[in-house]
Design a protein around this ligand. Structure first.
Ligand code: DQA
Length: 148
């Protein structure tokens, strides 16, 4: 099945951006590992990063046309601001997992609220690049589970 990994604003700077919070791995390192993990499980992965809200919305709409089965989404700061991204995910009705490298609950109070979390399948945060690996493992398990 098709899995889409979406990365929001400033995640193109991973590796150099506040490494004490986000670690030293680059976005390319993370995407390479996710592609390998997906292929090993017999699924297909595409990824997309944008700093622009409308591009992320467009990519979510495109995922519907492509019959994407599940989305892993690190919305960056849009997590805490974007009703439009919430509406896009609700509109396409594709299940998604919210992912954060940092533990958003252990930082500034404004990072505790997410506009997406309550409509997500689940949320994984605080494990650095492993947050993506764990989210992908959960996504694959969900795809491989026989329909009830
Ligand atoms: C983040 C957490 C957000 O609060 C922040 O704005 C980011 C990255 C994370 O992965 O930890 O850009 O989504």
């Amino acid at each position: 099945a098709k899995i889409l990994v979406l990365h929001g604003p400033n995640l193109n700077l991973l590796g150099v951006r506040e490494p004490s919070i986000y670690g030293r791995q680059t976005l390319a390192d993370i995407n390479t590992a996710l592609v390998a993990q997906t292929q090993a499980a017999g699924h297909e992965l595409d990824w997309f990063q944008s700093n622009a809200e409308h591009e992320l919305i467009g990519r979510i709409h495109q995922a519907r046309d492509e019959q994407t089965a599940i989305i892993l989404f690190n919305p960056g700061a849009f997590t805490h601001t974007s009703i439009a991204l919430r509406d896009a995910l609700a509109a396409v009705a594709i299940p998604f997992i919210e992912v954060h490298l940092s533990n958003v609950h252990a930082r500034e109070p404004f990072r505790r609220h997410s506009y997406l979390a309550d409509i997500a399948v689940g949320v994984i945060c605080g494990f650095g690049p492993d947050s993506y690996r764990l989210a992908l493992e959960a996504a694959i398990a969900r795809l491989d589970r026989p329909a009830p």
